[in-house]
Write a protein that binds this ligand. Sequence first.
Ligand code: BES
Ligand code: MN
Ligand code: ZN
Length: 508
Amino acid sequence: MGSGKAVEFYIVQRAAAAGEDPVLALFLHEGEPLPAGGAAVDEACGGLLSRVIASGEFQGKARSTLLLHSAGKSGPRRVLLVGLGKRGALDVEGVRRAAGAAALAGQAAKAGEMSAVLPAPGGLRLEDLAAAFVEGSALALYRYLDHRTGEGAENPHPLVRVTLVAADPDARAALDRGVAFGRVLADAAVFARDVGNTPGNEGTPTFLAGKAREIASESGMKLTVLDRADMEREGMGGILGVARGTEEPPKFIVLEHNAGRADLPLYALVGKGVTFDSGGISLKPGADMHEMKFDKCGAVAVLATMRAVGRLKLPLRVAGICPATENLPSGKAYKPGDVVRTLGGRTVEILNTDAEGRMLLVDGITWAKRMQPRCIVDLATLTGACVVALGDAASGLFSTDDRLASSLESAGAAAGERLWRMPVYEEYTEQIKSDVADFKNTGGRNAGACTAAALLKAHAEGTPWAHLDIAGTAWGGKDRDYVRKGATGVGPRTLVRWLVAESAAPGK
Ligand code: BES
Ligand code: MN
Ligand code: ZN
């Protein structure tokens, strides 16, 4: 799907100069000499590398690249120099970005394959570096081509093979682990991008349920999909209110990893799956409305996380809950002034039909709570206000639990997906009290991201809860490092890291 022919990763143990690689990538710090193994490569290339470094033609600036042809009798045929920037400033995210630059330059060399010597900055674990390298290179090469035909339908010179060259035999085990983990993470993000980029006419709630079915059968998970009639029986007035306006069947999707294992702690993930958000009767302006096909990206992140959790066979119970529907205006659509009764029995007055995501999430969170999880984490492209506050530099993190919030923050930092903590003050709950119902679905212009979170918080009450507002980070209008324009695939690489850490030390 989507990305075309996926790149595969290999590891070989030998000296960098010992092979005749079509393209060998070497990573260099700014203002430093060639890395380990580089001197022998330089020698095989007749001193070409030291000459371009000495002349200042290649300075090692972060993500700069230079492709050189060797005239040497042995060693690599071409060498790709890739800059890492200043040594002290390099972290795993820097490695991810440099790997992305290397993969794109390696692909442009049209050999179809590339070898690379992993950068070795001090203080970082080899396993983490290898995972970051795989994430950065695989994700940089991503393209969404599903709906192109003819010439544009595929890349004529894809990079299909990347080989990590390591001289040290003791490095093998850590490299194997890092590459394997990186592949699962990159695959989850690619899945999230593919499903996220799927246009609204194809990427319906039924389509999402089909993706959930594929995940369930691949990893032997339990899958429950409620349709409109089931939801009516359950009393899910939140999602059903939103779904009144569309003829496209809504779905309430529940995937469960290790369902039968009552001995394992349960983690619940809830994702907003609005497959197209027109605003409903409170119709959005036309200008960027087409972008609202991305309003399903919370649900997509949850599905992608479940896929990775299944592949990793994590020793936890994990539930992925995705309420999914379109939000459209019609003669049957819910209206401003309506009052709906949500799954938990509490009532919400609708002031704006465009504040629909929280209505789905309230039912999803209540369903999650009934499963008695250790905690609930929800993801949603919830508010324009969050985009105003943080732009695309971070997702908003709202939580009633400091331990949960900080473990998510660390996982986000490790993934290169920033989370910025936002407040959950009582004032915001006051702001959404209604005159005619328990709550209203909007709290006015001020603190829009926080009042949306307040409605979720009120329904999660009693269970540790965190909410990620990914409205600013779920898609982008331009290519940026290893992230392509369109759906970014934000979420799964953070959530999987978080769950892996939880499985090592649950609740600590
Ligand atoms: N899906 C939107 C939020 C959104 C807007 C995400 C722009 C990304 C970019 C959400 O359903 C919405 O429409 N929220 C409204 C809430 C308002 C009516 C209280 C918003 O943010 O304007
Ligand atoms: Mn909306
Ligand atoms: Zn929405």
